[in-house]
Design a protein around this ligand. Structure first.
Ligand code: X2X
Length: 334
């Protein structure tokens, strides 16, 4: 070896070591969501991680925490934590944000939508922009919209074919608007964390619940503890992927673009697999022994009529102008 050979090797070694150390220091952000690790919410979050790593050459990644564990199991707390920078990213659904942004309930107003085309007309354009602005005021930056889906009702007591069939049933619900909807139907609603609901259904603490088929009911095996499902499509629930403003503003424009593009692609994927799971879901659930009832248009109209008081009171809370923005986009989609 020459006298210069060894230092050169040492330098190369140091560079190599440096590279290894750098990738070991890839920035890892925390992403919280409030369903289990079997759902499309989780799969969408994993896709985001994959795409983020790819786009940043491994410099950025997320660690995913399901079941709202980082919020102490409180699914409604996640968004607020992102707002104050206590959490980096969140994947959650509209209803969970209503305690801090009541306007988020607009999406889930009973029977606002009757098709995916109508839904898709509001997770973009003026409706989405208005909602995103409201969340940004709370320092929650929405990156992309995904899908929980149309929420279908299940229970273990009897088939539900009319509003009367809900009378007296103990129903687990996620949030305030659904309490009013269930009350309008004569059911006994009880607000409960999703992570605690399976056990509550199993032990008969509650008789029923409502959730989307593809995103939640199938992946979380609700069919194991529920006998009846009615596809009443009474309320739509979007999910979104958001980041804390503090973190967002710490990035340059190039990084922001990479993060946003990864989020959009991941949530598009999440929406696609949720819709696929839902499309195949009824047959799957019947195969598992569930009694699935698909209401006629007349029966749907009866549910719509019975839930109208909740629509009206929440439309007022949300604000007539915002509801109109949604209704206009929905009308234009048809
Ligand atoms: O708690 C629920 O029902 C769930 C998982 O759908 C929501 O986050 C609203």
């Amino acid at each position: 070896m020459t006298r210069t050979g060894r230092p050169l090797i040492a330098v190369l070694g140091a560079i190599l070591a440096g590279t290894v150390a750098m990738s070991a220091e890839a920035e890892t952000f925390r992403l919280s969501h409030n369903t289990s690790d079997t759902t499309t919410w989780h799969q969408g979050s994993e896709k985001f991680n994959e795409l983020l790593k790819e786009a940043t050459g491994g410099e950025m990644q997320v660690r995913i925490f399901p079941n709202a564990t980082l919020a102490g199991g409180d699914q409604m707390k996640q968004a607020e934590m992102v707002g104050r920078g206590a959490l980096d990213f969140v994947v959650t659904s509209a209803i969970n944000v209503t305690p801090i942004v009541p306007e988020m309930a607009v999406f889930s107003l009973p029977y606002l939508y009757s098709s995916y085309e109508e839904v898709d007309a509001t997770t973009q354009g003026a409706p989405a922009e208005k909602i995103e602005a409201l969340l940004a005021e709370r320092d929650i930056i929405v990156l992309a919209w995904g899908e929980n889906g149309f929420r279908e009702v299940t229970n273990s007591v009897r088939p539900i074919r009319s509003p009367d069939d809900l009378r007296g049933l103990k129903m687990r619900v996620a949030g305030p608007m659904y309490i009013d909807v269930m009350n309008a139907l004569g059911a006994n609603p009880q607000q409960m964390q999703w992570a605690e609901t399976f056990t509550a259904l199993q032990q008969g603490v509650v008789d029923g619940q409502e959730n989307p088929i593809g995103a939640v009911i199938i992946p979380q095996r609700v069919y194991e503890v529920q006998d009846y499902l009615t596809t009443w499509h009474y309320s739509y629930d979007p999910i979104f992927l958001a980041v804390s403003r503090k973190l967002w503003e710490s990035w340059d424009e190039e990084t922001q673009t990479k993060v946003r593009n990864a989020a959009i692609e991941a949530m598009d994927f999440q929406k696609k697999i949720s819709r696929e799971g839902t499309a195949q879901g009824i047959e799957f659930l019947r195969g598992k022994g569930m009694d699935v009832y698909e209401p006629t248009p007349e029966e749907l109209a009866a549910f719509r009529e019975a839930t109208k008081p909740a629509f009206d009171s929440w439309a007022e809370k949300v604000g007539a102008e915002l509801v109109a923005t949604f209704q206009e986009a929905i009308a234009a989609a048809n």
